[in-house]
Write a protein that binds this ligand. Structure first.
Ligand SMILES: Nc1ncnc2c1ncn2[C@@H]1O[C@H](COP(=O)(O)OP(=O)(O)OP(=O)(O)O)[C@@H](O)[C@H]1O
Length: 311
């Protein structure tokens, strides 16, 4: 089956600085792909171009083989988009709003009622048909936002930070809705929160400083970020040379008088060896924690590699 998205050598310049540079992405027909990047990395720029809301400076976007530059109307018909700040009209009811969106999406008049009903049922908002948007909770407003993104039955749905600003229960509900709509279409999901992408996505594209720095499956990413250090607190810490003698230890950073970060070669039984050495030598271990690499650190490591090394 052909890819639903093909992005080739995409670059964009705002006034005089490049926001994204030479982005290449291919996405299959179903499942959720995470676009992860810190604030200002270039996620929204990429998504806006992908959805035809912004014209790129260089490069090409194909949606289901259709060029966004050459046939924008046809390409856009394949896409549903929930931008970061969706334009929800608070004085409209759910039905009025979805009618309006379906009209914008050129859903034929005779199919509109059925299309809106399907989108509402899918998003669990059919019981709120006559409720004003202003009277819905944040989570339900986001469901309406997702309903407008699928009302024309697109093959690709693009969600820009869809769980931003929701409370933990609403996040869980919106996540399960996203999983469901990705069963029969492709979903691109952007976030700056690693754990969010980890629980939802089968593939991950990491963007930093406008460039793709990692592009692979979530499993490959999780292997990549396996912890390589432990945080340790001891009442009676030894000289560093003693710690370095423990099998597998590659380096030690002293953090405070009693705390240190011990780097190791990846073999996680290191914790047992540290505990055993501590008991044997009387170092009085108080705390030991595997240190999952912080997202900032991962970005830094990945940014220092060329995209080809990661893909
Ligand atoms: N309209 C604009 N004019 C000028 N510069 C812009 C504009 N929009 C974005 N930028 C810049 O382009 C870069 C990428 O921004 P973009 O919004 O795409 O990042 P992002 O990853 O979506 O960040 P966030 O999560 O904060 O939305 C940033 O340096 C940003 O300041």
């Amino acid at each position: 089956m052909s890819n639903i998205v093909k992005i080739e050598h995409l670059s964009h310049k705002y006034t005089n600085s490049w926001a994204i540079r030479d982005i290449n992405i291919e996405i299959g027909q179903t499942g959720i792909v995470g676009l992860l990047g810190s604030n200002g990395a270039g996620k929204s720029t990429t998504m806006n171009i992908l959805c035809g809301a912004l014209n790129q400076t260089e490069g090409n976007v194909y949606i289901d083989g259709i060029s966004m530059r050459e046939q924008p109307q046809l390409a856009k018909q394949q896409i549903g988009f929930l931008p970061q700040n969706p334009p929800l009209y608070m004085d409209l009811t759910v039905d009025e709003y979805l009618n309006y969106c379906a009209g914008l999406r050129l859903v034929p008049k005779d199919k509109m009622k059925q299309a809106i009903l399907e989108a509402k049922l899918r998003c669990g908002i059919d019981h709120f048909s006559n409720r004003l948007l202003r009277n819905l909770s944040g989570g339900y407003r986001q469901r309406v936002g997702i309903a407008q993104a699928i009302v024309h039955r697109p093959k690709l749905v693009v969600l820009d930070e869809p769980t931003n600003g929701l409370d933990p229960n609403q996040i869980i509900e919106v996540r399960s809705l996203i999983k469901e709509i990705a069963l029969d279409r492709a979903v691109i999901f952007s976030s700056h929160i690693l754990s969010e992408v980890q629980v939802l996505c089968k593939d991950i594209k990491m963007i930093e400083n406008g460039r793709i720095v990692f592009s692979d499956s979530m499993d490959a990413f999780n292997n990549y970020v396996e912890p390589h250090s432990v945080l340790v607190a001891m009442e009676n810490p030894p000289a560093l040379a003693e710690i370095e003698k423990i099998e597998g230890v590659t380096n030690v950073d002293v953090l405070t008088e009693r705390q240190m970060r011990i780097y190791f070669n990846g073999d996680q039984s290191i914790t047992e060896r540290i505990v055993a050495a501590s008991i044997h030598h009387g170092w009085r271990l108080r705390e030991i924690t595997l240190d999952k690499t912080a997202l900032d650190e991962i970005f830094k490591q990945l940014s220092n590699k060329s995209p080809q090394e990661n893909n």
